[in-house]
Design a protein around this ligand. Sequence first.
Ligand SMILES: [Mn+2]
Length: 337
Amino acid sequence: MKSSFAGLAEAIRKADSILLTTHSGPDGDGLGSVAALARAMRNQGKTTFILLPDAPADRYAFLDPNGEFRVFPQHRAEAEARTWDLGLVVDTHQKTLLGGVDDWMKDSGIRTLYFDHHPLSPDFDGTEIYGDATAVATGCLVYKLLVDELGWKIDKEIAGSIYISISYDTNSFKYLRNDPDALAICADLIPYGVDTTWVYRSLFASNPLRKARVLGWVLSHMEFSEDGRLASVSIPHTVIDEFKVERDDLRDAVTNILEISGVEIAAVLKEMAVGEVRISLRSKGNFTINQVAAAMNGGGHALAAGCEFLGPLDAAWDDLRPRLTGVMADAPEPSGA
Ligand SMILES: [Mn+2]
């Protein structure tokens, strides 16, 4: 992963038309980063097109006031109506999270660059990847690219989108990893007119009622290892159906479980469709868990990762549980409580 963004900046400067995308189940960091980059590029007279692997959840509608988010493959013909000088994938480089958008870009002969803050995956077969795995959000990298490397002017909308990225990936500034960068960047952005209260309300205080209801189910069905350090919940498809749950509704459940005293690792297994289990893993900090996700063909950060399991819910847990207990057995006992 290239930590100097000079090559990325050069490619963007030279391109007149740029396609942007982020991971499936797009989140505040990916969408905020894409929105900020697209706006900054358009301010420079470039043509942009945002093509996502799937539709964002309703809570992100506020990030797209002009209806520029397009979905692949539904809007593929629209993208194919012209040629593109460059494709830019942000906030992921994991093929399984791109829903074929990356393949389509490559097949269309579009030079594709990646810009990410996830640790480099061993399966990644490209070379043009820029980023920094120590950054708390891709939004921090976008700021550095636009301001430090490209020297472009920030405006209120760009500032707002980057602030949304950072606010989202730090869970409203809870996960700063002792790094002052994110706060320093936000301190710079707010004077452009970012309404931080509105961002908080939009991202974290606009939950659909069904999200709270299904969280009630989740918290009543947790299971714990004997020592209480591993907490998990398996959500069958019948429950997903009953509560009319959408993927985004269950995103925070794993954090609610992790925040229980004594829990070191939390796992949420969601049977989104019969035989299709999405697994979210979080660690409080004493153990890394992304190697477990990677071993199950997923990936992510050291303390926040995920993967997919094809098969019954019970089989997913039987596969996952020994891997997690193994992680806790291998690592030295945490000091202090
Ligand atoms: Mn991110």
